[in-house]
Design a protein around this ligand. Structure first.
Ligand code: AMP
Length: 213
């Protein structure tokens, strides 16, 4: 059983790492941002409530997001493990998660400096259907603007503009740093740090050996 939490600033590379890890480890990638974007796209009651909050780069209320996450982790496909991305985003959420899941095994922090993130986000493209992540400069799809995985046309996230990215990084710095300290202090959880400079396939290979040993 491998229950992983991914930590790191928006745009640090969590989604890209998660995409590779989920295939390698055969466990689902649960992204609270993706769950919310689905609600917005489907214009559900929750979607209508959170649309402008997300567009401004602010955090959605803990109640909404925690209820949503609880539903998702209880689904059958998460029984043998999962990769959690985007939650917890503050200390309150970390404490709530402790009540929902008592056996988090690993935390992986993806570290990328803010100036690198700001440059990267302008050229980030995502697949609205399967959430695969690309970069027009460093990681382009095989066919221009088309998802390699499912063939859907790629889009730029509305919150990937420079101003909103700056706000999201600001929010991250304030709220997530205590979460990092919270997990580092827990003996039962192994804390890993991955740097943006490392080769992603090498990183994934190491985790494969570690988790499947
Ligand atoms: P992400 O895809 O993780 O960058 O999330 C996109 C947006 O969704 C964030 O800027 C928040 O508005 C919202 N969001 C995602 N996860 C959470 C969370 N755990 N708590 C509050 N808001 C969240």
């Amino acid at each position: 059983m491998t229950n992983i939490i991914l930590l790191g600033a928006p745009g640090a590379g969590k989604g890209t790492l998660a995409g590779k890890l989920k295939t390698t480890l055969n466990i689902p990638h649960i992204s609270t941002g993706d769950l919310l974007r689905e609600e917005v796209a489907n214009e559900t009651e929750i979607g209508l409530k959170v649309k402008s909050i997300m567009a401004n780069g602010e955090l959605v209320s803990d109640d909404i997001i925690t209820a949503m996450l609880k539903n998702r982790v209880q689904k059958d496909d998460a029984k043998n493990g999962f990769i959690l991305d985007g939650y917890p985003r503050n200390l309150e959420q970390a404490k709530e998660l402790d009540k929902i899941i008592t056996n988090i095994t690993d935390v992986i922090e993806v570290y990328t400096p803010f100036d690198v993130i700001i440059d990267r986000m302008a050229t980030r493209r995502t697949c609205p259907k399967c959430s695969a992540v690309y970069n027009t400069v460093t990681m382009p799809p095989k066919t221009e603007n088309i998802c390699d995985v499912c063939g859907t046309e790629l889009t730029q996230r509305k919150d990937d503009t420079r101003e909103v990215v700056a706000e999201r990084l600001n929010v991250y710095e304030k709220t997530t740093t205590p979460v990092i300290d919270f997990y580092k202090s827990k003996d039962a959880i192994t804390y890993h740090t991955v740097s943006y400079k490392e080769d992603l396939d090498v990183v994934v290979g190491k985790f494969k050996d570690l988790f499947q040993a």
